[in-house]
Design a protein around this ligand. Structure first.
Ligand SMILES: *Cc1c(COP(=O)(O)O)cnc(C)c1O
Length: 237
């Protein structure tokens, strides 16, 4: 049952870790069931599907929507008006486009930089070096606020590889931290007393961990986990 899963997860996750329910490919009724169990943050990965669900669920005013899929710049108007966070900003080009859209529409968009942390070739996102270059460029984006980082580990059962991937995201967090107050639109990172990773008492939002690997992500310092199939069951594509 969806409601049971939500309640279980909320009990299991430390209070400093936000649960993002990934509702992509699941019907509106499933979202309502999760909502009734207290869930408020949902994530979608396709612009059209997001827009449709936002409209269908307009009565549930306190739902917060995250976007987690690849976002093409010609689809911004289907996404940016509705979301509280775009977790999947995977290129400078997209960052610039969101900033420009914001200047035309008077909206400052909170975003996460999606980072390439796995060894898989196909995964999109910023590398450590690209984030470093962005920070060094001291460019400003007045309509974008960089709240933190998102990443996906390799699809593997090998815990060592998953840990190595998540560690890469934490290393990029340290990079952001080093540039706090110096560079692009970085808010001061939140203190998260529940995070026990050595030497890190301040983290930007670290969105890592999915149905299969979230316990490791939480142990390593995730502030947000994105969980789909564990809550809603297998997706019907
Ligand atoms: C689909 C998706 C998830 C959720 O995956 P599950 O394995 O179903 O929990 C998390 N993050 C991103 C970016 C996704 O696209």
């Amino acid at each position: 049952m969806i409601a049971d899963k939500i309640i279980e997860l909320k009990q299991e996750l430390p209070s400093g870790v936000k649960l993002v329910a990934v509702s992509k490919f699941h019907p509106v009724e499933a979202i309502i069931e999760a909502y009734m169990a207290g869930q408020r943050v949902f994530a979608e990965s396709r612009p059209q599907e997001l827009e449709r669900k936002v409209k269908a669920l307009a009565a549930y005013e306190d739902i917060k929507w995250h976007f987690i899929g690849h976002l093409q710049t010609n689809k911004l108007k289907m996404v940016l008006p509705y979301v509280s966070l775009v977790e999947s900003v995977d290129s400078i080009h997209l960052l610039e486009a969101i900033d420009y859209w914001g200047s035309l529409n008077s909206k400052v968009t909170d975003i996460l930089l999606e980072c390439h942390i796995s060894d898989e070739e196909t995964k999109q996102g910023f590398s450590y070096k690209e984030v470093e270059a962005l920070l060094q460029s001291s460019r400003t984006f007045s309509n974008v606020r960089i709240r933190g980082l998102m990443g996906m580990a390799d699809f593997t059962c090998d815990e060592n590889i998953i840990r190595r991937d998540f560690q890469r995201l934490l290393d990029i967090n340290d990079l952001l931290y080093a540039y706090t107050g110096i560079s692009v639109n970085l808010p001061i990172p939140e203190q998260n007393p529940e995070v026990t990773v050595s030497g890190r008492d301040r983290l930007y939002e670290i969105s890592m961990g999915m149905s299969e690997d979230y316990p490791i992500a939480v142990e390593m310092g995730a502030t947000m986990v994105r969980i789909g199939s564990l809550i809603f069951g297998e997706r019907q594509y």
